[in-house]
Structure formats: C-alpha cells, structure tokens
Ligand binder design. Structure first.
Ligand code: SAH
Length: 561
C-alpha cells in the first residue's frame, strides 16, 4: 500500500443509498467475498467477474448458489462497465470493486476507465486508483457509524470502531428508532394542525445548531415558539440527556410524552419528562463486598454503593463497608438468623422487587463473592423471571483471601497443586459429603466452625461407608488453620493440626465469621513448631498501606509548602 501524502484532503463522508444498484466485483478471493457481503447488506446486486477456472471463495460460492450474487465467468473487458448495469441507468454499472492485482496495467486501466465514466471505483491496496474507500462500520438498526483512517491502517480503524461501539449503551439502535418515530409523529401532527414547522431534514443539519438563546424561545409569551414546542423539546432531550437515559425510552414512554404534551400544551408548559425518568428504570446490581475490609471492595461495587437508591445488605457485610453508604440511601440488613434464612431471603427478594417496580436502583450487597455460597444465582434467576436482569459484580471471596491474609499460599510448588472450596453445612443444615484426603490439596471449609468437631471426626476417624467408595481418611497430623474475621481489625488466626484444632477453638472461643483451611500449605510459611497451636491476633496490612500513602501525600504537601 502506498503511503498517503501529506496534502491529503479530508474525504467527503457520505451514506450512499445503494439499494438495487449493480456492483461489479472483479476477482473471487476472500476480499471479493467481503465486498460482496457489504454490497448485499446495502441492498445492491453484486456481480462477480472472474474466469471459469477461478478459485471461488466459499462464501462467495454460497451467495452465488443462493442466487444473491451473479457470477459472470470471463475476464474483464471494457464494455462490461457499460453493459452489465441496470437498464434504468443505461446498463452502466453503479460501482466497481477491483479486489486483486493491485497496480497492474490492467487495473490502472480499469480505474481510469471508471473515472472517465463517473463510475465510483475502489481498488484494493491502491489508494491512488480509488475514487472511494469503504469505511469500517458499526451498525445497530438504523444507526450506522463509519470510521476511516485515510489508509493509515484498517486494523486501527476496526479497533476504533469497536471502542466507539462499546461506549454506546446496549441496543442504542432501538432508541434511535424510537426517537426517530417520535420525531416523525410530532412533525406530522404539527403539520396536520397547520403549525409552521421546519422541514425535518433541515433540523438534522449540524450547522443549524441551537443558539444560546434557545431557552428564551420557548417561553409562554412567544406564541410562535409555543407552536413548535414539542419538536424543540425533543431536540433538547436529544442534545442534553445522557445516552443511557435516551437508550431506556420505550414505546409506551413515547405515548406518554405525546399525551403529557397534549395535556400540558394548553398552558404553555413543556411536557413533564419525569414520566420517563421515573418509569421502567428499575435496575438491580448483585455485588460482592469482599471479606470485610472496605479497601477490598472493587471500584465497581464502590460505585454501586454510592449510586444506589436502596441497598439490601447481607448480615455479614461488615460495618466499615456499610459506613461507605451515603446517608441519603435507604439500607436494609437481612434479618437472617438460624431457622429464619428462607423467610429472610424471601422478604429481601420482595423488597427488591417492590423497589424495582418503583423504578429504583437496587443494590443487593453480599459478602465475599456473590456466587460463592451466596445464593447469588438464585437471586439472579428470581429477578430475571420478574423482568429485571441483574448486573452481577464479583467480590473477593473469603475462601481465597482469608488463607492469603493468614500467610497460607493456596497453592505452593511441591506442596499443594490444587485447591478445594467446600461447605461444612449442607442444605437444611445436614452435613455434606466430606472430601477424601489428597496430600497435595489445600481444602477450605466455609460455614464449618459451628460443627468443627463432627467435621474433624469424619475427616480423620469415621470409616467411609461401603457404598461411598474409597474415601481416604485425613492423617491427624495434617496442618490446619482457623481464620476468623479475615481482613477485619479483630482478625484471628489459629495455626494447628487436625489433632488439636477442636481443643484450640474450644479454648480460644469463636469469633464468626471464620473458616478452616486444611492441608500441608498451612505450614509453608508458619508452623506451630512444637506447640499444639499458635494464635495470632489482628489485621494491619491494608491500613498500614493507607498510612504510608497518606504520609507520602502529606510529605508532598510539605515540600510544596
Ligand atoms: N460469599 C462469601 C461466603 C458466604 S458463606 C464469600 O465469597 O466469602 C459465609 C461463610 O464465609 C462464613 O461462614 C465463613 O466461613 C466465611 N467467611 C466470610 N467472611 C469471612 C471472613 N472475613 N473471614 C473468615 N471467613 C469468612
């Protein structure tokens, strides 16, 4: 490809109506196939010009077999340009795509001929021979976005296209459709009512931007402006509303806007846009809040906390996280206690649903990660069935962070090559099937400390029943660690072995929530060394980091001062 010259002018970007046009595609390679697809998308009729012996690309062949594209089996001849086209334009083809043999004398000749006949021509990899190039496009219904880097790089164009497309709200094409329909209806109704209306097309021109005196045009005193107030109001929402809000307009909103206007019109006030902002806007986020320390929230969850109208928090979500909730926000903490879990859950779901129906933004805040023993998917399913698809945000799970805060590497070369996360409490409080002993495995038991002795008993001592195939018992000297309130200021770690863990917990007392880690990895960095157990109190790591950052910041200020 030739490097573009510095004195390139800006190309004139247009949207061509190519419906029913004849596009002559010279060549049969994958590139010809891509051009063919583009032509078909635009409603044109592609003609593939390639000799009988040509190796036809499979997708091109498919289009030919389906009758979507026509294959003219011959080499190019000058008269093809003026004989293969539509009758209504005297058989001159509407556009030519040369997809192979860049810059051969024949291709240069075709280009020259096309230019003379005013036929738009595109030659692959030869900008000088083209009178037009294709844009990298994103299409969503009636919305089409095209990008060109003027030949600097098609990969870059498509990257930009993806970035721009992903910055738009999902299904924005539908919103464009609805707003277009609303605009047309207002225009038609105004015209039928004999109001002086600007031509629709003119309103689209960027050059007729609203002046800064726009608002003064829509005062009640200005009778003329009042006549076209709906149209002006619509321009204004298109101009100022956040795209997300425009994207959430529904068909019934459109009716509501028109009706509201009909009611309001008589006294000259603009339509009440709250009908849109307050309806059908219910949104639910299901988020994990991490193990406890507020610095372990993700930014996404932190944002959700700041922006929610109502927060439904699990009982385990600790106070420092709840402290981040703005004062204006309604908060409910689950009233879960043993024997009441299902009822509390149901109460929460109904509360969430009610708020959603009122158009509120609901945050369901869970401890750790929402999908790890958090009933997250059940809640997802519930709200989805009610027509509200939750956004789910991950959280740092206690199952993996508590071992870390206790200096236990969940995997460690030569010691542990796998991790198992399980629960000590099954459905309805029953004990779940205990895992078999794997020497190279780190096992993390959640919700297990309240029945620690029976768990340790089954792991180490209770012979597996026959039908439950070869479960290997755990040696009593297997290292294990209890981590409670991981990442909270009152974090406590008890390092011991399966032999002594029950005694240790009995003696030290419990400090929920806590979990049990079992496996050789427990003693990689610390071991009780001759003692039955060792207790470590407190959690400082993150606050120390914070302190340093603040110190640095202050130091900086000092130097500036
Ligand atoms: N979804 C949560 C787990 C919910 S089950 C997560 O991903 O972390 C609740 C259990 O998690 C508790 O019984 C306890 O075993 C464990 N747990 C939660 N927070 C903890 C913490 N800060 N320290 C230790 N264990 C914790």
């Amino acid at each position: 490809m030739k490097p573009p010259t510095d004195n390139d002018h800006a190309p004139l970007l247009v949207a061509l109506n190519a419906a029913a046009q004849v596009h002559l595609i010279i060549g049969a390679t994958s590139l010809a196939a891509a051009r063919c697809t583009k032509s078909l998308q635009a409603g044109a009729r592609p003609i593939i010009l390639a000799p009988e012996a040509a190796d036809i690309h499979f997708s091109l062949r498919g289009n030919i077999e389906q009758g979507l594209a026509q294959w003219v089996k011959k080499e190019f001849q000058d008269q093809d340009l003026t004989t293969l086209g539509r009758e209504e334009v005297d058989h001159v083809v509407d556009a030519v795509f040369v997809t192979s043999g860049a810059e051969t004398p024949l291709v240069a000749h075709i280009s020259k001929l096309c230019k003379r006949l005013r036929i738009p021509v595109n030659v692959t990899d030869a900008p000088d021979l083209c009178t037009f190039t294709l844009l990298s496009t994103h299409s969503d219904g009636p919305l089409h976005i095209g990008i060109t880097t003027s030949g600097r790089g098609c990969k870059l164009s498509s990257r930009l296209r993806r970035e721009i497309a992903s910055s738009l709200p999902a299904d924005f094409g539908q919103a464009v459709d609805r707003l277009g329909a609303l605009r047309r209806r207002i225009w038609e109704e105004d015209q039928a009512a004999g109001r002086s209306v600007a031509k629709l097309e003119v309103e689209d021109e960027d050059s007729v931007a609203q002046s800064h005196t726009f608002n003064s045009l829509v005062t009640a005193e200005d009778a003329n402006a009042a006549k076209t107030r709906r149209m002006r109001w619509l321009s204004q929402i298109c101009e100022y509303w956040p795209l997300q809000r425009l994207a959430s307009i529904t068909d019934s909103d459109v009716d509501a806007i028109l009706n509201a206007y009909a009611a309001d019109h008589s006294n000259g006030t603009p339509p009440n846009t709250d009908i849109i902002s307050k309806r059908n806007q219910g949104k639910i986020i299901l988020a994990g809040s991490g193990p406890g320390h507020p610095d372990l929230l993700t930014r996404a969850t932190h944002n959700a906390i700041r922006n929610a109208d109502i927060i439904l928090a699990d009982k385990l979500v600790p106070a420092p996280v709840l402290d981040l909730i703005p004062r204006r926000t309604e908060v409910h903490i689950a009233r879960k206690f043993p024997g009441n879990a299902d009822q509390a859950q149901e109460e929460f779901l109904q509360m969430g649903l009610k708020a959603l129906r009122e158009g509120k933004h609901v945050l369901r805040l869970k401890q750790g990660d929402p999908y790890l023993y958090g009933r997250g998917a059940e809640e997802y399913d519930f709200f989805r069935n009610e027509g509200y698809i939750p956004v789910v945000l991950p959280g740092i799970t206690s199952a993996l962070s508590a071992p870390l805060f206790a200096d236990i590497p969940a995997t460690h070369r030569g010691v542990s090559d796998q991790v198992l996360i399980c629960t000590g409490t099954g459905r309805k409080g029953a004990a779940p099937e205990p895992p078999t002993y794997v020497p190279t495995q780190t096992v993390v038991f959640l919700m297990a400390l309240h029945r620690l002795s029976s768990l340790v008993e089954t792991l180490t001592n209770t012979a597996p029943s026959e039908e439950k195939e070869r479960r290997v018992l755990w040696p009593v000297n297997t290292p294990c660690t209890v981590v409670e309130r991981a990442s909270c200021p009152d974090q406590r770690i008890i390092r011991t072995t399966l032999e002594h863990v029950c005694r240790a917990v009995e003696q030290e007392g419990s400090r929920p929530p806590g979990l049990l880690i079992v496996g050789a990895s427990c003693h990689v960095l610390h071991s009780p060394e001759g003692q039955k157990w060792v207790v470590e109190e407190g959690f400082r790591g993150l606050d120390e980091l914070r302190g340093e950052a603040e110190l640095l910041l202050n130091g900086d200020n000092d130097t500036k001062a």
